[in-house]
Design a protein around this ligand. Structure first.
Ligand code: ZN
Length: 226
């Protein structure tokens, strides 16, 4: 009764920290696109290049299937002391009904899916967390109840960049900078072909954060501190 995975949108609104989070979606359909050559990459290395060059902290919500497809990139993320690793399900299925057009997992399989994903991510080491983000941010009471035994904190976010399938970078920059505040959790994607403008928007987002006196920090620090 009343045991339910906690959900957070953002950290304390004091201080100057914000969390940049990048989701790494991967579905069977996406894997098929890679196999057929229809899509070249769902791993945007230009984002990693930039974050590393500028020494910017970030938190990556990884699906198990993305990790298995991109072990080298995962190793690179885990090897960066400024990056945190978090869980975005195994194969990016919906955990509720009517979550965009994602196929739905039965409630009885939700906890196993998330546990399996932690098992896939854990061997990479680095800054492991118990943060979890639902595909499409879709969750309900049954899903939160199902995940309670795993000790996860569900992280939605309060600034949605809208980068999936974006056709231009400027709207992403505006979406982030118009809404970002101290304690914000910014949602972006590192999925390249499905979020092709994110790396072009990112330098402008970082510059805009600096102008506003906001400093990117790992999610755990943004949620804990002020
Ligand atoms: Zn996602």
């Amino acid at each position: 009764m009343g045991v339910r995975a906690p959900v957070v949108d953002h950290g304390p609104r004091t201080g100057d920290r914000v969390a940049l989070t990048f989701d790494a979606d991967m579905t069977d359909g996406m894997l098929a696109n890679l196999r057929s050559g229809r899509v070249r990459s769902y791993a945007n290395l230009r984002i990693l290049d930039l974050l590393e060059r500028e020494q910017v902290p970030a938190t990556f919500f990884l699906t198990g299937k993305w990790v298995q497809r991109y072990p080298e990139v995962t190793r690179r993320i885990a090897g960066n002391p400024r990056f945190e690793l978090a869980n975005h399900t195994y194969g990016h299925a919906a955990f509720t009904a009517h979550c965009y057009d994602l196929p739905r997992l039965p409630v009885g399989e939700l906890a196993d899916d998330v546990a399996k994903t932690f098992e896939v991510i854990a061997p990479y080491g680095g800054r492991q967390t118990r943060y979890f983000r639902f595909p499409g941010l879709c969750h309900d009471a049954a899903a939160l109840d199902a995940l309670a035994p795993l000790g996860v904190t569900v992280v939605d976010g309060d600034v949605i960049s809208g980068d999936p399938f974006a056709k231009a970078w400027k709207p992403l920059v505006r979406a982030v900078l118009d809404h970002v505040r101290p304690g914000s959790v910014v949602i972006m994607h590192v999925t390249e072909a499905n979020a092709a403008m994110t790396d072009e928007a990112l330098p402008h987002i970082l510059a805009g954060l600096r102008e506003r006196g906001l400093t990117p920090a790992p999610l755990s620090e943004v949620l804990a501190a002020g």
